[in-house]
Design a protein around this ligand. Structure first.
Ligand code: HPA
Length: 272
């Protein structure tokens, strides 16, 4: 079966089970699952039960799609994503975003845990992604282009919507949540970076580093979906502080930032 048809089947399976088709998508990163509890009249669908859906199996990540209402808008929340480092190819990694796009989602909000490279960032900070550097060594659009999704050579000038970034700033002010901005570099992982790699990333203009988000953002833009991405700085990147990196700590820090992030997302949705 063609990829497009697989995406379409998954979208149909969701349509059959929700009251209203979502216009906003939210992807929750490691330890950031808390936002799902802000969804009212929620229908929760396990990824296991959705056709062609890749499984996510990392500690701190769930595996369900929650569709319901936030501030009067119908939102699809992906609690759990697939990562390239799990061995999924980038088409599998971005499958869920394709499904949301075919469902008619116009706005996609991506969240992640990231290591802070810019020393003006601190652990626990939230950072709006202004731009990215794709160092994953792959692009989800490689392969024959399906014009039903989008063009062969999509523009990437404003991957992260200036309109949504401004709205997020306003929502942050309203909710009294400090919000930083910066450039996110995506690497494959799963090993964390070396201190030398972090120095290199700083030189090329990255403020934070992580292992997700960029393939999803590229695919969303391919489909003409507007993107906002917010990183939770879960740790300072390797070599910046004299401590080793640990996934448990990453999840713990993001969990503590979860309420602020959820308030930010909810406020942003309220302004859309
Ligand atoms: N590096 C890469 N990915 C990450 C990090 C990091 O330091 N922290 C959370 N995700």
């Amino acid at each position: 079966m063609e990829y497009f048809d697989q995406v379409n089947e998954a979208a149909d399976a969701i349509k059959a089970r929700v009251r209203e088709v979502p216009s906003i998508g939210v992807v929750l990163g490691s330890g950031l699952g808390g936002f799902a509890s802000r969804v009212s009249d929620a229908v929760s669908l396990s990824y296991d039960g959705l056709p062609h859906w890749p499984a996510s199996r990392v500690a701190g990540h769930e595996g369900r799609l929650v569709v319901g209402s936030v501030r009067g808008r119908t939102v699809a929340v992906l609690a759990g994503r697939s990562h390239f480092y799990e061995g999924h190819d980038l088409r599998a990694v971005t499958f869920a975003v394709r499904v949301l796009g075919l469902l008619g989602t116009k706005v996609l909000m991506l969240t992640n845990a990231a290591g802070g490279i810019n020393t003006e960032l601190a652990r626990g900070d939230l950072m709006v992604v202004d731009d990215h550097i794709n160092l994953m060594g792959g692009n989800p659009l490689v392969g024959s282009n399906d014009d039903r999704f989008g063009p062969r050579f999509p523009d990437m000038t404003d991957v992260y919507s200036p309109r949504l970034r401004t709205i997020a700033d306003r929502a942050a002010l309203d909710a009294n949540v400090p919000l930083r901005h910066g450039v996110y570099a995506a690497l494959t992982g799963p090993s964390y970076e070396t201190p030398a790699e972090i120095r290199y990333l700083r030189v090329i203009g990255a403020d934070a580093v992580g292992m997700s988000t960029v393939p999803e953002a590229i695919v969303a833009r391919h489909m003409g979906v507007e993107v906002l991405a917010v990183s939770c700085i879960s740790n300072m990147a390797a070599g910046i502080e004299h401590r080793k990196l640990d996934h448990t700590e990453v999840v713990e820090t993001t969990r503590r930032a979860g309420n602020r992030l959820a308030a930010l997302l909810e406020g942003t949705i309220g302004h859309l």
